[in-house]
Write a protein that binds this ligand. Structure first.
Ligand code: URA
Length: 234
């Protein structure tokens, strides 16, 4: 598929469209060995060799990033007034077509996957695939003794969910659906409001090793496991 050169370089995280336009005009970019100064030049990134200042660029059509979202950040691609999850990505991981897979509330922290693969995003968020999401919740008051059974039976019209009580005011919950503020609403229905919420796992992906605000590209094995979880051909 053909793309404009400036858009492609911006996707690769080399700068804004304006910044990469300057690089192109300055003659820093070669396509198949020839300098190209036209920022609108159309090319198929998978069929040509692109070099920036003599260094070959590696292009991957699909790109996936794992972020440890901190509290206080909006799960959105842009906002006039607030920091979004995309604002947290370092240049090397930023591409303007990345989208968050599902949503974490502003006050929730934890694992958030970002991808530019539309079909993967669609399947991972579609109820049909029942991708498991695991959350750690801390509660304002102790849980009632029948909390686990009530979650298992399906509380407040949500589908049955697994609850592991770790302490009177701390529990881990596994969901296979993803409705708006679902975990908070489930615990509120038990009379134990959530005071802290973190997503620890999303399908085969785990948060371990990432500090709040940190991001990294998905590893090959993780990507294979994700594709397998939603029966997508790599
Ligand atoms: N459930 C919630 O209540 N909040 C989240 O951010 C995610 C799941």
């Amino acid at each position: 598929m053909e793309e404009r050169l400036d858009r492609l370089l911006a996707h690769l995280g080399l700068g804004t469209r304006k910044e990469v336009g300057k690089l192109i005009r300055a003659g820093a970019v070669r396509v198949d060995g020839a300098v190209v100064r036209d920022r609108g030049f159309k090319l198929d990134p998978e069929a040509v060799l692109i070099e920036l200042n003599g260094e070959p660029l590696r292009y991957a059509r699909y790109f996936h990033v794992l972020l440890h979202k901190p509290a206080g950040v909006l799960t959105a691609t842009r906002s006039e007034s607030e920091t979004t999850v995309l604002d947290l990505l370092p240049n090397a991981l930023w591409r303007d077509d990345l989208k968050p897979v599902g949503r974490l509330d502003r006050d929730t922290e934890g694992l958030l996957l970002l991808t530019n693969h539309g079909e993967l995003l669609h399947r991972l968020t579609h109820p049909r695939w029942k991708v498991a999401k695991v959350y750690l919740a801390e509660l304002e008051v102790p849980l009632p003794p029948d909390a686990r059974e009530r979650f298992a039976a399906g509380i407040a019209s949500f589908a049955p969910a697994e609850l592991e009580v770790l302490a009177p005011q701390r529990a881990r919950v596994t969901l296979r659906e993803g409705k708006h503020r679902q975990v908070r609403r489930m615990f509120a229905a038990l009379g134990a409001p959530v005071v802290y919420l973190r997503r620890e796992r999303f399908g085969p992906l785990a948060l371990e090793g990432l500090a709040p605000g940190e991001a990294r590209p998905l590893l090959k094995g993780e990507l294979a496991a994700l594709y397998e979880a939603v029966k997508l051909e790599p």
